[in-house]
Write a protein that binds this ligand. Structure first.
Ligand SMILES: NC(=O)c1ccc[n+]([C@@H]2O[C@H](COP(=O)([O-])OP(=O)(O)OC[C@H]3O[C@@H](n4cnc5c(N)ncnc54)[C@H](O)[C@@H]3O)[C@@H](O)[C@H]2O)c1
Length: 269
């Protein structure tokens, strides 16, 4: 594996961009979502996390409580539409408002297209697309009546680039990028901005498993391909920093953007 990041993104300091803001992060107990949960809290947000992983969520609550921060966590499988409205209601019962949504929960299946089953299609569409549709819809309904807000959806470099053995994943990530674009144009008069982050390979459980599985199928992402495309693996905090920027008032006129966090890979071709 190539070396890690040399950049250390700001995680707080004098400028606390989310003071007084209620921020909801789906998938906020792991990977980039966890990095974002910590960085939002460090910048003054009251953080709410919805995530499948109850143990990681309990750890995060303990960590934030010890740091004097306020974190509400609920374990929930967001791929099941029936779970979503109750989970958002639970957040609103606790927080009264949601000012920022970072819709991050997601997963991947690495497999040749001709071997993919209908069950796998349903599963990944449910985790990546249905959950984003249901969560952002519930939050948009709230934000519309609450004077606006800011939404960031995690898409991928695979939203705009095709990858071998990732057809289904790329389909889901194109879908959520288009969802982000459509929310941006439909709700700007309601004061709601919606943007997407599009990471390359990131050093998380998801990203490392993806690289392993691709290599197992004869690709060379561990070293050669990674070096030729994004130079090194991305740190989760580098994507979280981009999501925080898009979510913040600093990005007040940024709406419908796809922010590639990939060290120039997408534009290099
Ligand atoms: N890691 C990468 O290289 C990479 C690159 C581009 C995009 N992404 C996107 O990032 C997201 C994955 O995040 P990560 O890389 O931080 O990985 P991760 O696996 O470390 O974290 C994902 C988090 O989402 C949660 N989650 C998964 N399914 C869920 C569900 N059904 N309901 C609720 N929570 C659920 C997990 O429990 C976990 O905490 C996905 O949307 C993925 O498409 C990852």
């Amino acid at each position: 594996m190539t070396n890690g990041a040399s950049i250390t993104p700001q995680t707080g300091g004098a400028r606390r961009r989310f003071e007084g803001k209620s921020v909801l992060i789906t998938g906020g107990a792991g990977g980039m979502g966890l990095a974002a949960s910590r960085m939002f809290a460090a910048e003054g947000a009251t953080v709410s996390v919805l995530d499948l992983n109850a143990e990681a969520g309990a750890d995060l609550v303990a960590e934030m409580t010890a740091a004097g921060q306020d974190c509400f966590f609920q374990a929930v499988d967001l791929s099941k539409g029936a779970n979503v409205s109750a989970a958002i209601d639970a957040v609103l019962a606790k927080r009264a408002t949601i000012d920022v949504l970072f819709n991050h929960a997601g997963s991947i299946i690495v497999k040749p297209f001709h071997e993919m089953s209908e069950d796998e299609y349903d599963r990944l569409m449910d985790i990546n697309v249905r959950s984003a549709f249901m969560v952002t819809q519930a939050v948009v309904r709230h934000m519309k009546d609450n004077g606006g807000g800011s939404i960031v959806i995690t898409a991928s470099i695979g939203s705009g680039k095709a990858f071998v053995y990732e057809s289904l994943y790329c389909m889901t990530k194109s879908a959520v990028l288009m969802l982000s674009n459509c929310i941006a144009v439909e709700y700007r008069e309601h004061g709601i901005r919606c943007n997407a982050v599009c990471p390359g390979f990131v050093k998380t459980a998801h990203g490392l498993r993806e690289i392993d599985e691709l290599d197992g199928l004869g690709q060379e992402w561990q070293d050669a391909d990674l070096a030729a495309t994004q130079v090194r693996i991305c740190e989760p905090e580098e994507v979280a920093a981009a999501a925080l920027f898009l979510a913040s008032d600093e990005a007040s006129f940024v709406n419908g953007a796809a922010l590639y966090v990939d060290n120039g890979w997408f534009v290099k071709g």
